[in-house]
Design a protein around this ligand. Structure first.
Ligand SMILES: *[C@@H]1O[C@H](CO)[C@@H](O)[C@H](O)[C@H]1NC(C)=O
Ligand SMILES: *[C@@H]1O[C@H](CO)[C@@H](O)[C@H](O)[C@H]1NC(C)=O
Ligand SMILES: *[C@@H]1O[C@H](CO)[C@@H](O)[C@H](O)[C@H]1NC(C)=O
Ligand SMILES: *[C@@H]1O[C@H](CO)[C@@H](O)[C@H](O)[C@H]1NC(C)=O
Ligand SMILES: *[C@@H]1O[C@H](CO)[C@@H](O)[C@H](O)[C@H]1NC(C)=O
Ligand SMILES: *[C@@H]1O[C@H](CO)[C@@H](O)[C@H](O)[C@H]1NC(C)=O
Ligand SMILES: *[C@@H]1O[C@H](CO)[C@@H](O)[C@H](O)[C@H]1NC(C)=O
Ligand SMILES: *[C@@H]1O[C@H](CO)[C@@H](O)[C@H](O)[C@H]1NC(C)=O
Ligand SMILES: *[C@@H]1O[C@H](CO)[C@@H](O)[C@H](O)[C@H]1NC(C)=O
Ligand SMILES: *[C@@H]1O[C@H](CO)[C@@H](O)[C@H](O)[C@H]1NC(C)=O
Ligand SMILES: *[C@@H]1O[C@H](CO)[C@@H](O)[C@H](O)[C@H]1NC(C)=O
Ligand SMILES: *[C@@H]1O[C@H](CO)[C@@H](O)[C@H](O)[C@H]1NC(C)=O
Length: 674
């Protein structure tokens, strides 16, 4: 029956498939839950006098003017309004889902609607393949299920939706596979199910994802490249790990049996230098990580001192100072007199040897040198080393007298510019004569004259230098005596005075009466080297003579020599004194003084200078006075004649009668003394 009708309408509808497609079917509800009622209405409303409602091509109801027929299997569940063409279905089942079509034959129209009848969602459940997972190692599968129809699934990790980009969805979304889970895949996961009429959310499931250790890091506090001994150094290890990692520390590959994440190197010493490793192990993932850091603990520099290298410092030689350092050193600086030294043409600095090298020492290199050594953790400045450049002997010279008297003390001084002071040796006539800068040669004889050599020797520079000195030794003046050529100097005769000098002299000077003897005054005196010639001797030459001999050192004066000139008698005079008597007094100049006698009638009447006559003496008497030099026996005479006037003036009258007589001198030299 049903199939008969269907065939019938199929033929009809096939013929009339033309359409007014602007018509739509409006359901009272779509989707709708099982057991509900639905009414399908044509929109816009038009009158269809003949047509049918079909579900998936099967006729539910059809009508034509005046009647409608409901398919048998829908009888009792269907209502149809012929005037409005509204179709209602009651107590719908899932099987009522499908394409509902109104097909009108008069007019010819067609409108369709897919109606969905759904069961509400219940019993949403979520299962997981396993919850204890290892990161990157494990995959997990979630399965979501629910009762209901037209189910759509979606997944949430916490509040964020899981999409196909993060995971793999299977079984129309009811299954979720996360391959190689990460630590961020721990959930909580849930599944949300929805259909047209209801929704449902599953319970939540959290995963336990074990991971790590990763990002293992070692922090060192304080953090520096090098540590000074005695530092307290804290090492801390950290990583990301679930479950918590087990730490193990090792030093240079040897386990330290320390399992805490932190430990301290207290008062670290140089011996603590090395590679510190922290290893972290995850007992679940079986992952293992290790981080290693080098810790360098350095002793501060204990001492620095400047020491000379090799030969002592000698002028013009090369020289080196070394900085002797106890401790590890990174760099060395040199300081001269407080000023930083740089390498130049004079100094070369070698950092490998910590050495300051002087290519060619000069005196300007003298000074105080220090080295400053530093390492990463300390520095130290040495004590000053005083550099004193050794040199010389230079400019060796002798000072002293060039001439000396036998027996005197002579001091020769030798000097040289030298550092250190030179040692001096003296040589005379080819052999060593003494040492020391001061030398007092023995000059007991004239043999000590000659060339003295001083040799200066510097025992550091090993150089020497010499100087010579010519010393002339002389015999000193020991006596100076004036010697006359004759013991009896006579006027008018030639005479010499000799200056007899014992010893060496350079000049002689004559003194007369303490005044220098002036030969220009007295024309008759001539001076030679050592003598004075009187040519002839004159009375005026009488006096005290000295000669003065002079050498380099002193003058020696002789004792005064009394030159007593013998002469006369000359200028004989007779003085007359007439009082009660006539007194004649005879006098003449003479040396030695003359002796006198009076002659009368060629007879000696008186041996005296004075002659006394009584007044009765006859006029005309001739008295002659004779003066005789007792040394030379030279004589001189004069006569006095008694005159009348003598008699007249014999009372209270005096008369001087001067008779000038020719004085006869005997020119012959050879007179016998008395
Ligand atoms: C469906 O229609 C029947 C008859 O009109 C009524 O008794 C029933 O309550 C309706 N059901 C619903 C869910 O509206
Ligand atoms: C789920 O259903 C409830 C009532 O059944 C409704 O209030 C809620 O809005 C629905 N949620 C979604 C996302 O549709
Ligand atoms: C290191 O620690 C010790 C005590 O553990 C302390 O006495 C010392 O002063 C510390 N040294 C430094 C440099 O802080
Ligand atoms: C490691 O230390 C523990 C206690 O801290 C001790 O019992 C154990 O013997 C030590 N192991 C080694 C190898 O020293
Ligand atoms: C460092 O090690 C050396 C030998 O390895 C030892 O002689 C010395 O005493 C140690 N010094 C310290 C401070 O531990
Ligand atoms: C270090 O010093 C030695 C002699 O003391 C010398 O032979 C050597 O060349 C020096 N090295 C450097 C790098 O200056
Ligand atoms: C040496 O050490 C002192 C303190 O330890 C520091 O002040 C100074 O700058 C250092 N000098 C140099 C040249 O490193
Ligand atoms: C020479 O020196 C000695 C001792 O030094 C001293 O006794 C003597 O008097 C000195 N002679 C002279 C002439 O100075
Ligand atoms: C060099 O001479 C001085 C004295 O002038 C002496 O004290 C020193 O010992 C000498 N040195 C050598 C190496 O001979
Ligand atoms: C010393 O005398 C000798 C010969 O008399 C001479 O050759 C030499 O130059 C003199 N020396 C000095 C320093 O005068
Ligand atoms: C003094 O010198 C002279 C001349 O040289 C000489 O003839 C005379 O004998 C010397 N007299 C004495 C005492 O030496
Ligand atoms: C010597 O006497 C003359 C004349 O009185 C005088 O001019 C001269 O300076 C004197 N000479 C000396 C060396 O005294």
């Amino acid at each position: 029956m049903e199939s008969k009708c269907s065939c019938f309408f199929a033929v009809i509808f096939t013929i009339y498939i033309t359409g007014v497609s602007s018509l739509t079917v409006i359901p009272s509800a779509n989707p709708l839950a099982v057991g509900g009622n639905v009414t399908l209405t044509l929109n816009p409303h038009i009158n269809i006098s003949a047509g049918g409602w079909l579900l998936d091509g099967n006729i539910l109801v059809f009508w034509y003017p005046g009647m409608f027929i409901v398919s048998d299997s829908y009888k009792g569940r269907v209502a149809f309004n012929t005037s409005t063409s509204q179709f209602s279905l009651y107590s719908v089942q899932v099987t009522d889902s499908g394409v509902y079509a109104l097909q009108g034959m008069s007019p010819t129209v067609n409108a369709e609607l897919r109606l969905s009848v759904q069961e509400p969602i219940t019993n949403v459940s979520l299962t997981v393949s396993k919850t204890n997972l290892v990161e990157f190692n494990d995959s997990v599968t979630f399965t979501c299920s629910a009762r209901g129809t037209a189910l759509a699934f979606s997944w949430f990790n916490g509040s964020s939706q899981v999409t196909a980009a993060n995971a793999q969805l299977i079984s129309n979304g009811s299954g979720l596979i996360i391959s190689n889970v990460s630590r961020y895949d721990s959930g909580p996961f849930s599944c949300y199910v929805v259909n047209g009429i209801s929704n449902g959310t599953s319970k939540i499931i959290s995963l336990d994802v074990s991971y790590g250790p990763s990002n293992l890091a070692m922090a060192i506090n304080p953090n520096t490249m090098k540590y000074i001994s005695g530092s307290n150094i804290t090492l801390s290890c950290s990583c990301e790990s679930k479950p918590a990692a087990l730490f193990q520390w090792s030093y240079n590959g040897v386990s330290l049996n320390i399992t805490s994440p932190t430990f301290q190197l207290s008062k670290a010493t140089k011996n603590h230098t090395g590679a510190y490793a922290c290893s972290a192990q995850n007992t679940v993932t079986f992952q293992y990580a290790i981080v290693t850091k080098l810790i360098n603990i350095i002793d501060p520099i204990f001492s620095a001192s400047v020491v000379p290298v090799g030969e002592p410092p000698i002028f013009n030689n090369s020289f080196a100072l070394s900085c002797d350092i106890k401790g590890l050193v990174d760099s060395v600086y040199w300081i001269k007199d407080g000023i930083h030294l740089f390498s130049d043409s004079i100094h070369s600095l070698s950092n490998q040897n910590n050495t300051l090298t002087f290519n060619q020492l000069s005196l300007s290199d003298n000074g105080k040198y220090q080295c400053l050594a530093s390492n990463a953790v300390s520095n130290m400045t040495s004590m000053a080393y005083s550099l004193l450049v050794n040199y010389g002997p230079w400019s060796t010279k002798i000072s002293g007298p060039i001439i000396a008297e036998v027996g005197s003390n002579v001091t020769l001084n030798c000097s040289a510019s030298s550092q250190p002071s030179s040692q001096y040796s003296w040589f005379f006539q080819g052999s060593k004569a003494g040492q020391g800068s001061v030398y007092q040669p023995d000059i007991s004889s004239l043999n000590s004259s000659g060339e003295y050599t001083c040799l200066a020797y510097n025992n550091i520079t090993k150089r020497n230098s010499s100087a010579t000195w010519n010393l002339t030794v002389i015999v000193g003046i020991s006596s100076v005596v004036v010697t006359p050529s004759t013991l009896i100097p006579l006027a008018s005769r030639n005479m010499q005075l000799f200056c007899n000098v014992t010893g060496f002299f350079t000049s002689i000077q004559w003194l007369k009466d303490n005044q220098p003897l002036n030969t220009t005054v007295t024309r008759s005196i001539y001076m030679n080297d050592t003598s004075v010639d009187f040519h002839p001797l004159q009375i005026a030459d009488d006096g005290f003579y000295q000669c003065v001999a002079t050498n380099t050192f002193r003058s020696h004066s002789s004792q005064p020599y009394r030159l007593l000139v013998n002469y006369g008698p000359i200028d004989l005079t007779i003085a007359v004194d007439v009082k009660a008597t006539i007194v004649l007094k005879c006098s003449a100049k003479s040396q030695p003084p003359s002796v006198y006698h009076w002659l009368f009638n060629n007879t000696v009447i008186k041996e005296d200078a004075m002659l006394v006559l009584n007044l009765m003496s006859p006029l005309g008497n001739n008295y002659t006075c004779v003066a005789r030099n007792p040394l030379t026996n030279d004589t001189s005479f004069s006569s006095y004649v008694i005159s009348e006037r003598d008699a007249v003036a014999s009372v209270q009258m005096s008369m001087l009668l001067t008779v000038m007589c020719a004085l006869v001198h005997l020119v012959l030299m050879f007179m016998k003394p008395f």
